[in-house]
Write a protein that binds this ligand. Sequence first.
Ligand SMILES: C[S@@+](CC[C@H](N)C(=O)[O-])C[C@H]1O[C@@H](n2cnc3c(N)ncnc32)[C@H](O)[C@@H]1O
Length: 422
Amino acid sequence: MATSIPKAPTLGSSRDLGSIIKLDYPDKEEPVSVLNNIAADLIYLGDTGAITPTGAFYFGDNLPILLSLLKQYAGKVRLVYIDPPFAAAGNFSTRNQTHAYNDDRHGYYYIEYIRKRLIVLRELMARDGSIYLHLDQNMAFTMKVIMDEVFGQDNFRNFIIRKKCNPKNFTRKSFGNIADYILFYSKSPGYIFNKQYQSWAEERAKKEYQYVDADGRLFKKVPIHAPGVRNGETGKQWRGMSPPPGKHWQYPPSTLDEMDKNNEIYWSPNGNPRRKIYLEDSEGISFQDIWLDCKDPHNQNICITGYPTEKNISLIERIVLASSNPGDIVLDAFVGSGTTLQAALMHQRTAIGIDNSPEAFRSVLYRFINGTTKMGDFVKNKMQTGTQLKLPFYSLDLYSSFEEIKAAREILIERKLRLKIA
Ligand SMILES: C[S@@+](CC[C@H](N)C(=O)[O-])C[C@H]1O[C@@H](n2cnc3c(N)ncnc32)[C@H](O)[C@@H]1O
């Protein structure tokens, strides 16, 4: 595999402002004008009751709500994960066939609807914050251009490919689609990132760490040189050997001597040095940008709310752990059943979620009061997993006469009373 050596930017490279590609379409609003849209008036409905406040769920259109959150949270949100409609031209219903939401915007209407929200989300994000935009093949590539425009091409971090489901009996004249995509950007180059690791399966560890040291520890051998010619210490001879052509030593000769003294260098029978890396020092296999292990609910025992397009919680936990720290604010403006809220709260983050579907509102209430349920119709012991986490609920003032709002208020009051009695 060839690796390239990064060069200083040249004219026309990604870092040259002149090279930014912008999508042009009718009614594209200037960012300043987007930010001057009317912010929402919000009403407090109650909370699921627990010890400390841990964020909130807001019911209503996310654009005016995000604008309203600017007053309190501008520059403070460490992580945004959003999983908006995918321009799938469909309507989505819950497992018990209640309508949840429509996904009927397409073309530039869709692009502009997401772009406006991205503009406000950027204002809410902390300088060291990150954003993950989850899409499928319909819009991921178009929205990459918009993300470059809003966040800057230099702040692009990954185009993650996720295996979303098991292979299906695909009847179309094309390859089966089991992937969706997550665009990861940061607000600036100085963003928080905690590397995430997959633990070693025994078989894979033995394959990778094939050698056994005198003390029984498993190790692998890696080169001690790296690409690029250097004129300093690392370009000099070590033990009478020069680095291979076009390369330099990874360490100065004095460090290599020290490493050899500590038995950290492996010498091949024909005298080539390599560095020993021990399995016991490895935190695991660091996750790459193809995620095969977080399919959406794929077996009958997995606990869900039943909301359509509900995401796998371990997928969102990985993102939360990688791009935020305990105490940080995590925001999902298309929160659906509240998977992000739960993932964030479980890891001691403050979680903010927004959705305008009454069914999403019910699902979030259900998740935080009753928990999630195993989805299989015939699964015995359909134990529910209660979250026991406090979540305050708010709504757009406009909706205060909605049935959902009245019902939610009653549920929250009743829940508070029950907690008090207990
Ligand atoms: C793909 S679903 C999110 C599913 C979620 N990730 C989960 O795990 O349950 C998209 C959600 O965006 C919501 N939505 C769409 N447009 C919205 C808007 N303008 N304001 C707030 N929510 C919106 C829909 O109601 C839907 O619940």
